[in-house]
Design a protein around this ligand. Structure first.
Ligand code: ADP
Length: 199
């Protein structure tokens, strides 16, 4: 099975790009969704986080207090490194399982969308990696519209791989500085080329 990796910084538009492909019937594995699944109450990631950080990261109903945890780790690089080291192997294994399952069901291509595709080494599973990019100010504006405070957005961006490094390692850059329609058109055209390359 050919896996197409889709990455980009927070708010760059990679989920929106992935949704375009999903709308065309392409199976998508979303690393953030996998991570969330693994951190639901009682799941292996939830147990690891609880072991690491204790009860303060749990809400009254036993679920992880994700906004609190996010604020904590994005302002403290050491805590973030501990959490990453604990969770990334679990997330990586679950993603591989999801991809294998798609393949077992006959999929010949799949998309893997992951903010930390390169950092986690998951790019090695991918035939090609596309990076979605948007201007910094526009990302802040879009994230603000989604309800994320500017300080939180900046902290998350600072914790991620530099855009130039991501660009250097990707096979294709998809600019997302325009409308959603423009993004959709770019993604569709790139997908067509990707499919033609396989023939
Ligand atoms: P990511 O998955 O990279 O964090 P998203 O795809 O969630 O980014 O996009 C971030 C926010 O910006 C979302 O609210 C999304 O709906 C919005 N968005 C993405 N692309 C565009 C665009 N071209 N025009 C307007 N809003 C956009």
């Amino acid at each position: 099975m050919r896996v197409l990796g889709l990455t980009g910084g927070i708010g760059s538009g990679k989920s929106t790009a992935a949704a375009v492909l999903a709308g065309m019937g392409v199976p998508v594995v979303d690393a953030d969704q996998v991570a969330r699944r693994l951190q639901q109450r009682g799941a292996p990631g939830w147990r690891r986080v609880r072991e690491l950080f204790g009860w303060p990261v749990l809400r009254a109903d036993g679920e992880l207090d994700r906004p609190r945890l996010a604020r904590w780790i994005f302002t403290d690089p050491q805590q973030r490194a501990r959490l990453d080291a604990a969770l990334h192997p679990l997330i990586g294994a679950a993603i591989r399982e999801d991809l294998q399952e798609l393949e077992a069901h006959g999929a010949d291509t799949a998309v893997l969308v992951a903010p930390l595709l390169f950092e986690s080494g998951l790019d090695r599973l991918c035939r090609q990696v596309w990076v979605v990019e948007a201007p910094f100010a526009l990302i802040l504006e879009r994230l603000r519209a989604r309800g994320l405070a500017e300080a939180d957005a900046r902290a998350r961006m600072a914790a991620q791989m530099a855009p130039a490094e991501r660009r250097r390692r990707a096979q294709l850059v998809i600019p997302n500085g325009g409308s959603r329609e423009e993004l959709a058109a770019r993604v569709q055209a790139a997908w067509q080329r990707f499919q033609e390359d396989a023939r």
